[in-house]
Design a protein around this ligand. Structure first.
Ligand SMILES: O=C(O)C1=C[C@@H](OP(=O)(O)O)[C@@H](O)[C@H](O)C1
Ligand SMILES: C=C(OP(=O)(O)O)C(=O)O
Length: 418
């Protein structure tokens, strides 16, 4: 449930200058936690994200016998025993898509029945295609609704030869199967069916991480990988900062004409959302069309920025944004229209943002329903840098991936009223 708490951002009448290091990457932290847990031995993960999503992953792994120490705010020291143990209780994964999808596949290596559940939002996020592939390969998985909760009857053995998967709804299904594939008894091919996946960059992140933990993956062609049955090897791993979190800081810079030192250059990220920086850098002349599938989690940032652009921006290929923490196409549309009616229009799965540079410096009485979605809260805070009176509901939902977000804005001199 969303809380009744709200935050109002007072537009600063000065450019934002300062140093803000974004937190560690959520995507890489949750991959590294899982692969380190599947390995035998101790792996030190530094630069890691500590947030709701990585807490859900680490707590679930501890429930399965993995030792995880946290010597400081950015480090996990993971000692795996080469095999996940049967947890005594269901795994509760909140609204962490990576934890839910990656663990649903990984618990096939457990001997016994594992239940994976999430919060009310997660219980609406589809997982059917991943379950169908597991079932087709002799791993019994059930979910009455096609969404969590999911029950996996692990046998401790992965005897598949080929996982075929449609990653159109979520690339996380593909990543989940690739990571499981290295735990097979023989080489396993992972092959995409259906249309190409937009978020291919996330599959590349998965392959990089798997290789770092000793996996051998051969790229057969554009849509097929062959994974050798190596299991994983413990490894110390440095996690790069979160590119999606960086987008809010890049946008805050251009919206206020300031300069924020993130401590990392845009070209040094390997995550797909780093592509958004090139779009942000064009503000207030953003392109007329932005393809959403290439940088999905950055779309909320870009859509709010587009409201202040000189010309309208049409965001395309957004179908999968409708099955994120909330229906982000609808939430962005509703929030933008709360600020000024007519600012956004939905056309099929596209979002057209009308753009109105004259918005800057105006006042409104918008109350933004975040639907407990961290990205909706964080992106509408950006609108609050330019328009006064924007109230954001449930500000604590940023804890999913960026618990320090409000403190980061505060450290740049932004006034926040709770
Ligand atoms: O693999 C990952 O780490 C992620 C993949 C993307 O999700 P989908 O593949 O479901 O689109 C992205 O939106 C999510 O935040 C993280
Ligand atoms: C979609 C997101 O998260 P996930 O799918 O990992 O829950 C996100 O962080 O924007």
């Amino acid at each position: 449930m969303s809380s009744q708490k709200t935050v109002t951002v007072t537009p600063p009448n000065f450019p934002l200058h300062g140093k803000v290091a974004p937190p560690g990457s959520k995507s890489i932290t949750n991959r590294a936690l899982l692969l380190a847990a599947l390995a035998k031995g101790t792996s030190r993960l530094s630069g890691a994200l500590k947030s709701d999503d990585t807490r859900h992953m680490s707590v679930a792994l501890r429930q399965m016998g993995v030792t995880i120490d946290e010597p400081d705010d950015v480090t996990f020291v993971v000692t795996g025993h080469g095999k996940l143990q049967l947890p005594a209780q269901p795994l509760f994964l909140g609204n962490a898509g990576t934890a839910m999808r990656f663990l649903t596949a990984a618990v096939a290596t457990v001997e016994g029945t594992v239940v994976l559940d999430g919060d009310e939002y997660m219980q609406k996020r589809p997982i059917g295609p991943l379950l169908a592939t597991l079932n087709h390969n002799g791993i019994k998985v059930e979910s009455p609704t096609g969404c969590p909760p999911v029950t996996v009857q692990g046998t401790g053995r992965v005897q598949a030869k080929r996982f075929e998967i449609d990653g159109g709804l979520s690339s996380q299904y593909v990543s989940a199967l690739l990571m499981l594939a290295a735990c097979g008894e023989a080489p396993i091919e992972v092959a995409l069916t259906g249309k190409d996946i937009g978020a291919r960059g996330y599959v590349d992140l998965t392959l990089d991480c798997m290789r770092a933990f000793g996996a051998q993956v051969e790229v057969v062609n554009d849509s097929t990988w062959r994974v050798a049955p190596t299991g994983y090897t413990a490894h110390d791993y440095l996690i790069e900062p979160d590119a999606s979190a960086a987008t809010y800081l890049w946008a805050a810079e251009v919206l206020t004409g300031g300069s924020i030192d993130l401590g990392v250059a845009p070209q040094d990220f390997t995550q797909p959302d780093a592509k958004a920086q090139a779009v942000i850098a064009q503000f207030p002349q953003m392109p007329a069309t932005v393809i959403g599938s290439q940088m999905q989690d950055a779309i909320p940032t870009l859509a709010v920025l587009a409201a202040f652009n000189n010309t309208p921006v049409r965001f395309t290929e957004l179908a999968n944004l409708r099955v994120k923490e909330c229906d982000r196409v609808q939430a962005l549309h509703d929030g933008l229209n709360e600020i000024r009616p007519g600012l956004a229009t939905i056309i099929g799965d596209d979002l057209l943002v009308a753009s109105d540079p004259a918005l800057a410096g105006t006042a409104c009485t918008a109350r933004i329903d975040t639907h407990a979605d961290h990205r909706i809260a964080m992106c509408f805070a950006l609108a609050g840098l330019k328009v006064s009176g924007i109230q954001i509901q449930d500000p604590d939902c940023v804890g999913k991936t960026y618990p320090e977000y409000w403190n980061a804005l505060g450290s740049l001199g932004v006034q926040l009223t709770y």
